[in-house]
Ligand binder design. Sequence first.
Ligand code: EPU
Length: 336
Amino acid sequence: MPIQNNISLKPYNTFGIDVSAKYFISVSSLNELKSVLALEEYPNKLILGGGSNMLLTKNQDKLVIHLNLKGIEIIVENDEFVIVKANAGENWHEFVLWCMDKNFGGIENLSLIPGNVGTAPIQNIGAYGVELKDTFVSCETFALPDLSMHTFFKSECLFGYRDSIFKQQKDRYVITSVSFKFTKHNHKLNIQYGTIASELELMNVVNPTIQDISKAVISIRESKLPNPKIIGNSGSFFKNPVISKKQFEDLLQNFPDAPSYPVSENEIKVPAGWLIEKAGFKGKRFGCYGVHKNQALVLVNYGGANGNDLLNLSKLIQKTILRLFNISMEAEVNIL
Ligand code: EPU
């Protein structure tokens, strides 16, 4: 496939921002990817997966490479577990549904997360008490600029809360496939996260299966999070800030109802959605963009917003939270 010029990236980012790529190519095989990465006449390249964790604020002069590597393969299987390798361009949620269909347990709590398989390890995606790292075995990568292939096993990936070596060494590795270990029987279900248990009750489920959990998660997410196909968004725009115990005690003085999750002996995670709501931004609309009405952590494009509108709103929110609570919030999405 030849390189195309001046292509709109609107269909390729879940925020639905209409900027263009000066040079664009979609690749569907490893060989094609390798030869495109080797093109010296385009020294600057931008790898695009599902486009679900980025805010595009300008037209892109780089060569934009859309990773369209498809395919799911069972690598090892016995009575108890299975190792499955999925190529980077597979849609994450379709991959979860494929696992549910086969009764492979492990990522049911991660249903309906937007994005592709290949970008999931970068953020160590997580929801409802489960993170990608819990089932991750390894991923195959091309290293830039020499295009050597390297397989990363879990311990090398430095997974943390929305963090990994791939995020820390941005643009150094292109993930081409990810392998997972799933259970086939006696699935260890994770229903501790409050809303899952209550959703299962609403569904009249007493002995949940992984498929029930997937359905419960889909239902919770659909009720709280906007569908990017209808309202442009990038999921959580900010990370939940981690603060010291002392700082949290100060916060409790003024806000005794502040929710929190312990992180370590001296650190506490405070939900950014709660802070943003307390600061009065929840549901606020500024013309064609704003803060989602059901989940303040999600910034939305109602149609026609540009990336800088949203970036400025995110900065205003960060400034306000710092002023009101003395807490710094870090963006979770990549600003490009
Ligand atoms: N909250 C508010 N107001 C809001 C939103 C949340 O007060 O507008 C409070 C809730 O009442 C609750 C707490 O904040 O006490 C936590 O809310 P929620 O369970 O919705 O989770 P979250 O911390 O806001 C995180 C992830 C989500 C993930 C959910 C569920 C981050 C940055 N976000 O959100 O991930 O789906 O937990 O596990 O860690 C994403 O990354 O795109 C994403 C959606």
